[in-house]
Design a protein around this ligand. Structure first.
Ligand code: SAH
Length: 286
């Protein structure tokens, strides 16, 4: 599969500008898993408010190769200290609270966080494993973020909630990034004709040659009746056009057709249509 070259990590990377703040985490293993989730998505700024146990063996064990994030984590005793220098605070919650607050889904929250991080640190705040953030803590936030989970089972594991937000930030960053030639780094899908595909795209004439060959072969093996074509060739055309064939795929398909013709003893009798235009027979059928 095409593997894009690593994106340029420019000065706009969120690396340090987004602060992941964990409030009173009880299981230090979760802190390690958060560090790993952050590093995977190229975030590095972790703040721990009054953790039950940190640093310890469990946190480093779960961090795998992300122990550098733990080494530079800031440990503070109050949420105030973690938020003091921030220009914006977004708090996460698994459920609705008494007083409704502006709630954002993760992609919109990431966009607002990214935009505001241009002017100063932005905090994403995550609560305790057993009872989340208190109402007081949530009221310190400009926005709340809710991951739209199953309403009957809405609470994510802490590190997974962090992972979702870090992923959204990463996607946002990559979508805005261009490669050296001004193309977006993150294309929805790589297909023949895109940079990095291993074989050039098939030319229209070659594809038409294949369709002619296909129709002839289907006729040879009595699958396609020219006196009663229905919409067979139109539907097959639509199918193969959707696949956006490359040159090698056309060669393979034509090889398959030739083999079918040979084994059915029709290759000598009939010659495939090689032109890039509709044949006389096709006209009027479709
Ligand atoms: N039982 C707690 C959930 C704690 S889960 C409660 O009902 O609030 C630990 C933390 O993970 C939460 O405080 C929040 O920061 C995050 N989290 C879990 N599920 C989430 C969801 N669906 N949307 C947003 N954050 C979530």
């Amino acid at each position: 599969m095409h593997k894009p070259s690593p994106p340029l990590e420019g000065p706009d990377a969120f690396h340090d500008k987004i602060r992941i703040v964990l409030v009173e985490t009880s299981h230090s293993g979760n802190i390690g898993a958060v560090a790993r989730a952050m590093k995977n998505m190229k975030l590095a700024n972790l703040w721990l408010v009054n953790p039950n146990s940190f640093p310890d063996e469990a946190s480093y064990a779960r961090a795998a190769g992300a122990s550098d994030i733990l080494d530079r984590a800031q440990v503070v005793s109050t949420l105030d200290e973690a938020l003091e220098e921030c220009v914006m605070v977004l708090g996460t919650s698994a459920r609705g609270r008494k007083i409704p607050w502006p709630v954002l889904p993760p992609p919109e929250a990431a966009a607002i966080a990214a935009e505001n991080s241009q002017t100063g640190p932005v905090a994403l705040v995550f609560g305790r494993e057993n009872h989340g953030l208190s109402n007081d803590e949530l009221h310190r936030c400009h926005y709340h973020i809710h991951v739209p989970t199953n309403p009957d089972y809405s609470s994510l594991n802490l590190a997974m909630a962090v992972q979702i937000m870090c992923y959204e930030l990463r996607m946002l960053y990559l979508r805005n990034l261009e490669d050296g030639e001004g193309r977006p780094y993150l294309t929805p899908m790589t297909t023949p004709g895109d940079a990095g595909w291993d074989v050039p795209p098939a030319k229209v004439g070659d594809v038409e040659g294949f369709f002619g060959h296909l129709e002839q072969t289907l006729h040879d093996v009595d699958f396609h009746r020219r006196d009663n074509p229905r919409q067979l060739m139109s539907r097959l055309r639509r199918l193969f056009q959707r696949a956006k064939l490359d040159q090698m795929e056309i060669n393979i398909l034509r090889g398959v057709l030739s083999a079918v013709q040979k084994s059915s003893g029709t290759s000598a009798k009939t010659k495939p249509t090689d032109t890039g235009t509709d044949t006389e027979q096709e006209k009027g059928h479709v």
